[in-house]
Design a protein around this ligand. Structure first.
Ligand SMILES: Cc1ncc(COP(=O)(O)O)c(C=O)c1O
Length: 372
């Protein structure tokens, strides 16, 4: 049996008529930039995310950069984030002209360590930028309290966790600004790159909208030097059609995750994903840990099962980020994660037989390994 790491086709096939109609509509109107699709998508997104404003953008990376830029912070202001994340989180801080201050992660949840955050705060700290990694909520309530107490801004990187909840509250509703990616494999994915910010601050949202549109505040008037970071209409049309199904798709991810958690709970040599009891993860990724990562990965791949690594190298150990001066050993927990993480296939409409096959093969490898 073949089990791909992700299969996006069923999402499309389930909405084929609606998506095709929307796309033909854009094409026949030749309305490729802006227009009603973008407006409608932004309105739906703001409603879904329980926010007053949403601005569609070119990517999750541009959402992070523009969110940070909109704060008009002095150069070299420090932004605290996790080293165990997709590189764009940290890249965005640098591209916004600010200084990333990296933190280690909690050994159980892989989320940014509160202790590490507290130890990193100094007079230059202006922003805390947690990532809800793998779709599991970061300790966002505690971070929100720290921000209030210390007068810092909270920006959430929700790229992997759209639709996750913590204690009944949707992630992405805690920070001043929240940043989303609609990279095709994300919980809500487009047909290419796109992203968005949400916020309840109308002024900030307008500032970000203008910045992403060459600094234009009204027709023919450019008030700031901006750039072109707009969402395009084709992405907006696809996303507005898919968005009503996000809840269902996250439930489908959740039922795969539940089967994995149950089917692997006694498997020797594995550490399973862990989250606080009040959390409902969005399960963008299902990441297990094993000291036999490379051999298990090969075994699964040979059996026709796709796997991923998120992330084999924490950001501080990439050559591009050497200048941040965090040598190997700076963040031991995140570095250990890098050595033993393995992501199993998870996606909406994943057939039960495929989930069972993954379980069978992970168990086969693990029991074979202890008996040898
Ligand atoms: C946590 C996180 N932040 C930011 C991004 C950047 O999003 P995009 O690829 O849409 O620029 C991603 C996507 O890879 C991500 O996973």
């Amino acid at each position: 049996m073949k089990v791909p790491f992700v299969d996006l086709l069923p999402q499309y096939l389930n909405l084929k008529d609606e998506i095709d109609t929307e796309l033909m509509n854009i094409i026949s109107k030749t309305s490729f930039i802006g227009g009603t699709a973008v407006k409608e998508f932004e309105n739906l997104l703001a409603d879904l995310e329980n926010r007053d404003c949403a601005v569609g953008l070119k990517s999750g990376t541009s959402a992070l950069i523009l969110a940070l830029k909109s704060l008009d912070l002095p150069e070299e202001s420090e932004v605290i984030t996790t080293t165990l994340t997709a590189v764009p989180t940290v890249e965005a801080i640098v591209q916004a002209g600010l200084k990333p201050v990296l933190c280690d992660v909690d050994i159980d949840t892989a989320q940014i360590s509160l202790e590490s955050v507290k130890n990193s705060i100094n007079s230059n700290t202006k922003v805390i930028l947690p990532v809800h990694l793998y779709g599991i909520p970061a300790p966002i309530k505690e971070l929100h309290e720290i921000c209030i107490e210390k007068g810092l801004t909270l920006i959430e990187d929700v790229a992997q966790a759209q639709g996750a909840f913590i204690d009944g509250q949707r992630v992405g509703t805690f920070g001043l600004i929240s940043c989303y990616s609609f990279f095709p494999s994300k919980c809500l994915g487009g047909f290419g790159d796109s992203g968005a910010i949400t916020t309840d601050d109308q002024d900030l949202s307008e500032k970000i909208r203008a910045y992403a549109n060459h600094g234009r505040t009204e027709k023919y008037v450019h008030s700031t030097v901006g750039l072109n970071d707009r969402i395009d209409s084709i992405q907006a049309a696809v996303l507005k059609t898919k968005l009503p199904l996000l809840k269902l798709w996250n439930e489908m991810r959740n039922s795969v995750a539940k089967k994995y958690l149950e089917g692997l709970k006694n498997t020797p040599g594995l550490i399973l994903p862990s989250f606080t009891s009040g959390s409902t993860p969005a399960w963008h990724l299902f990441v297990i840990r094993t000291s036999k990562r490379d051999s298990m990965s090969k075994f699964l791949n040979d059996a026709g099962i796709g796997t991923g690594l998120h992330y084999p190298i924490p950001v501080h150990l990439h050559p591009a980020y050497e200048f941040l001066s965090y040598p190997k050993g700076s963040f031991p927990v995140a570095e250990n994660y890098g050595d033993d993480v393995l992501s199993l296939p998870i996606y909406p409409y994943m057939e039960e037989s495929k989930v069972d096959y993954v379980l069978e093969k992970v168990n086969e490898f693990s029991y074979m390994d202890i008996s040898s």
